[in-house]
Design a protein around this ligand. Structure first.
Ligand SMILES: Nc1ncnc2c1ncn2[C@@H]1O[C@H](COP(=O)(O)OP(=O)(O)O)[C@@H](O)[C@H]1O
Ligand SMILES: [Mg+2]
Length: 399
């Protein structure tokens, strides 16, 4: 029997369209002998749809038209099985699901929110759990974890908007001490939105105010000089990690912008595969020693955040000093980084298969752990007299 695999994509994120491209690519590469593929599309208003036509990229050219043909559904559990049920007057079970594969990017989905929803329902899924996904989205907390795990990162200063607005001079002083040039970033965004490079103190406040329009948490990092940016994909779980070949990414500006990442910059060097039109060179032009160092740090990073599935760790390298810094993980990367695995001899269908198989194994292992007790502690709880909500409980003691 085939495995009923729901592929979830879209969502209320600036990377909505990128997610559609990633998911359609993946669905077209999945082994249909082994998997019965069920597309699950979340629109920008957070409605869920299913229908085989959602596997065709053409249907996304007109989102309004799509909604006329696809079925609006909700996911739920019944008698130990997972289903998509149609909404509206006559509710019908549209599809049964064994496991789901979220291929989503950005806020409101990739940041652990979707993982949390799936965990609440209880359905097995491929990819990072709530904590790993959430850490991957917060540029401050991830740095605190990296620091604790001796993973190399650039110097930084961070603050909440309210604290900066109360005492800007304090933070400006700390940043000056760190040294210019710096790069100001909203802490939880992505896609280079709200990011500014600042070369002199006089421009700092302006850049911070810009970042504050996007996020309440801000991080200011020291710019890495003599910059070479490389990315490494990692597949695995907490027990085992494999690292891909490295890609070297070239930006058209001082830093990789949204335009570089998704709209292309016209000057392609090397192979450009996957959705991003960024100029990329695979493998990156690094020595074997440095390549190995990056791959080792990538695996360590993956493990430190307890990630799983297919991820991509992005690095900043000071080429002159030969210093490697982790920039950020992409817990569900664009195109699932398949183009970094092909040169290792791993076909995209095999990469997907590996991630799905591991997720099923991990789900089984997780379910062997104790989650809850059969005894109902409330059965010994006598008396709720005078109870007003939970606060006013009187007379009853938890035994
Ligand atoms: N500390 C840094 N030094 C030099 N360049 C940087 C630094 N941090 C980020 N960049 C540049 O800015 C780009 C976007 O920053 P990044 O932290 O990856 O944000 P996003 O989450 O939006 O992708 C990077 O791809 C890189 O080109
Ligand atoms: Mg980035």
């Amino acid at each position: 029997m085939k495995i009923k695999l729901g592929v979830i994509f879209g969502g209320c994120s600036v990377e909505h369209e990128v997610s559609i491209i990633s998911a359609v690519q993946a669905m077209q590469s999945m082994d249909t002998e082994k998997y019965d593929i069920i597309p699950i599309y979340i629109d920008k208003d957070r409605n869920w749809y299913t229908g085989k036509m959602l596997m065709d990229i053409e249907v996304y050219k007109d989102f309004e038209d799509l909604k006329k043909y696809a079925k609006k559904v909700a996911m739920y559990k019944k008698d130990g099985k997972y289903y998509l049920q149609s909404l509206g007057l006559f509710k019908r079970l549209v599809e049964e699901l064994d496991i789901v594969f979220p291929i989503v990017h950005g806020a409101n989905v990739e940041d652990g929110t979707l993982a949390g929803y799936l965990d609440t329902i209880g359905i097995p899924y491929v990819g990072p759990n709530v904590l790993g996904a959430a850490l991957g989205q917060d540029k401050v907390v991830m740095k605190q974890v990296f620091d604790a795990c001796n993973i190399p990162i650039v110097d930084y200063v961070w603050f909440f908007d309210a604290d900066y607005l109360n005492d800007p001079a304090n933070y400006q002083k700390q940043i000056k001490k760190m040294g210019y040039p710096v790069i100001v970033k909203p802490a939880t965004l992505g896609s280079s939105v709200g990011i500014t490079v600042v070369k002199e103190e006089a421009r700092l406040d302006e850049a911070i105010m810009e970042a504050i329009t996007y996020d309440k948490k801000i991080v200011v990092e020291k710019m890495v000089p003599n910059l070479v940016e490389v990315n490494c994909s990692v597949v695995g779980n907490y027990e085992h990690q494999d690292a891909s070949v490295l890609e070297e990414v070239m930006s058209s500006d001082e830093f990789l912008t949204y335009k570089d990442k998704y709209l292309g910059n016209g000057k392609k060097t090397g192979k450009s595969k996957g959705m991003a039109s960024t100029s990329r060179i695979v493998p990156a032009r690094l020595t074997d020693k440095m390549t190995k160092e990056v791959q080792d740090v990538a695996k360590k990073t993956f493990k430190a955040l307890n990630l799983s599935g297919i991820c991509r760790i992005d690095f900043l390298i000071d080429k002159k000093e030969n210093k490697v810094y982790v920039n950020e993980p992409n817990t569900i990367p664009g195109s699932l980084s398949f183009y970094l695995w092909e040169p290792t001899g791993k076909k995209y269908s095999d990469l997907l298969d590996e991630a799905i198989t591991r997720a099923i194994k991990d789900y089984k292992a997780k379910n062997k752990k104790v989650f809850s007790f059969d005894t109902n502690i409330l059965s010994n709880f006598n008396g709720t007299k005078g109870a007003k909500g939970l606060k006013g409980i009187k007379g009853g003691k938890l035994k």
